[in-house]
Design a protein around this ligand. Structure first.
Ligand code: PEP
Ligand code: MN
Length: 258
């Protein structure tokens, strides 16, 4: 890694609700997947009232099995549009396929590149041409150098508004869904200075671990967290076991404020 243009670029990311990173902490919350208008509206209102500054949710879902719920797709994007009008909160949602870029661009304030696509160089090149911030999740088997190179793929296209997201990596530990690599936070800051957030929901897969890992993320210097929230996690169409109830989410935010 000799040529790294992102090194020492001093990047500030501005969202249209006045949030600026790294000056403000990002609290991104929402369901794993958009399931209905009512679901997303209820979650958006709640998380905003508790201090979240970005709403998350998948319309296009990268699922391990082709037989699992794949997301509401275009219908999900329409729901996002309506909810945004009603609640006025920036949105982050995942782009899986370059053919969907215009549709996603229209509703997303931050475009998410998921763990499974961190190595998709043509997709990285496409979002490098966009003028919206990119949330780049770490590949589940990616080294730090590979992750930084993925960010470089985006940056060379002209888009340096990149937020790195540590979401856990695969190790021999099979107790948690992934092993959350919190050392990645100060490493990324030292290496390229980009904002870094942590996703303790996918990083652990266990809702009880979300609060302690959120606190640890802030202690490690993270610029924010991304958490899955669902009004009835046991009924969620995806990732119920790692999703927090409203009360649990409120508890995490209160603890972080302290
Ligand atoms: C997500 O955040 O919706 C997601 C699918 O996460 P990851 O890409 O980290 O698995
Ligand atoms: Mn999920």
């Amino acid at each position: 890694m000799s040529k790294i243009i992102l090194k020492n670029m001093d990047i500030t990311i501005n969202l249209n609700n006045g949030t600026t990173i790294p000056n403000d902490k990002l609290i991104i919350a929402g369901p794993c997947a958009v399931e209905s208008y009512e679901q997303l509206l209820m979650i958006a209102k709640f998380i905003k009232s508790k201090g979240a500054n970005v709403l998350r949710g998948g319309a296009y879902k990268p699922r391990t099995s082709p037989y699992s719920f794949q997301g509401m797709r275009e219908e999900g994007l329409k729901i996002f549009k309506s909810v945004k009008k009603e609640v006025d909160i920036p949105i982050v949602t995942e782009l899986m396929d370059a053919r969907d870029i215009d549709k996603i661009y229209e509703v997303a304030d931050i475009i998410q590149i998921g763990s499974r696509n961190m190595h998709n160089f043509s997709l990285l090149t496409e979002v490098g041409k966009q003028d919206k911030p990119i949330l780049l999740k770490r590949g589940m088997s990616a080294t730090i150098k590979e992750w930084i190179n993925a960010a470089e793929y985006i940056a060379v296209g002209g888009n340096t508004n990149i937020i790195m997201c540590e979401r856990g990596i695969r190790t021999y530990n099979d107790y948690t869904r992934n092993t959350l690599d919190l050392a990645a936070v100060p490493i990324i800051k030292n290496e390229i200075g980009l904002p870094v957030i942590v996703d303790p929901s996918h990083g652990t897969g266990i809702k009880e671990l979300v609060k302690p890992m959120s606190l640890a993320s802030f202690a490690a210097g993270a610029d924010g967290i991304m958490i899955e929230v669902h009004p009835e996690p046991e009924k969620a169409l995806s990732d119920g076991p790692q999703s927090l109830t409203f009360n649990e989410f409120e508890d995490v935010v209160e603890s972080l404020k302290k």
